[in-house]
Design a protein around this ligand. Structure first.
Ligand code: GLN
Length: 253
């Protein structure tokens, strides 16, 4: 299962999260603490999306190789600074391609999106849900993967003007209904607000005075990291973090 991180706050160099923290995404790529479904490493690619400032849309860098083999992040990741980012390392689900376009974050205008998990029974389990999308949305999916479909479903709702928290909640519950025992930890930001779901996978949050960090695994051993319960929708800004149950009737763990 992939690992992802979202950051909102005072500007930092992305390398702090990707490479320099004691349990950075780099460490989580070769020695993750909480893998599930039999996966052991996140070596099938990585990605970083960040907001360059002054209201500009996010910039993205992805590679379909292990983060530890990359020769660029260590230099440019320390040279830039950003107040908002999403980064991920990928462990491809069996049968899904190892290509750059399958790596999170997915991007659309101001939005950055990542998925940590798997849709069980792919692709048949969600064929009916996918069929509700316009053909153009399906034809422009970046990769034939569960994560890209989740992004297509969510993006459609965001384009229609639905509130991000409602769109996240509906997509998770529709997919979980069609494909029980899926793992659906989603992460979405527009650079100002961050939205994350926990659905059968780990997530922790650190809210400090100058920033909020949401991460599949804590980036260090600070006691302020809080584990987010399963089945939650987290909504965060720099100043506030809230969580709500996604569904009171949910039975699967
Ligand atoms: N199932 C997705 C993929 O293969 C997400 C990756 C993960 O969380 N393992 O791309």
């Amino acid at each position: 299962m992939c690992r992802h991180v979202g950051y909102l706050g005072e500007p930092i160099a992305p390398a702090e999260v990707l490479l320099d923290a004691p349990h950075s995404l780099l460490v989580q790529s070769y020695a993750p603490a909480d893998m599930r479904c039999g996966a052991t490493m996140n070596a099938d690619g990585f990605g970083l999306g960040w907001y360059p400032g002054d209201g500009a849309e996010p910039v993205r860098y992805r590679q379909p190789c292990p983060l530890w083999t990359d020769t660029n992040v260590a230099s440019f990741g320390r040279a830039i600074s950003t107040g908002a980012l999403v980064a991920a390392v990928r462990s491809a689900t069996v049968g899904m391609p190892v290509v750059e376009t399958a790596c999170a974050p997915f991007v659309d205008g101001r939005w950055l999106f990542s998925h940590n998990g798997v849709i069980t029974g792919w692709p048949h389990s969600v064929a009916e849900i996918a069929a509700e999308l316009p053909a153009v949305d399906l034809l422009t999916m970046e990769a034939p993967t569960d994560s890209a479909l989740l992004w297509a479903l969510l993006r459609r709702r965001l384009h229609a003007g639905e509130a991000p928290e409602a769109a996240m909640s509906v997509v998770v519950q529709a997919v979980a209904g069609a494909a029980p025992e899926s793992r659906l930890n989603l992460l979405l930001t527009d650079g100002t607000m961050m939205y994350a779901t926990t659905w059968a996978h780990s997530l922790s949050v650190l809210h400090r005075e100058d920033a909020v960090v949401v991460s599949s695994e804590p980036l260090d051993d600070r006691p302020e990291w809080q584990r987010v319960d399963d089945g939650q929708l987290l909504i965060a800004s720099k100043d506030e973090v809230r969580t709500h149950p996604l569904s009171p009737t949910r039975g699967f763990r």
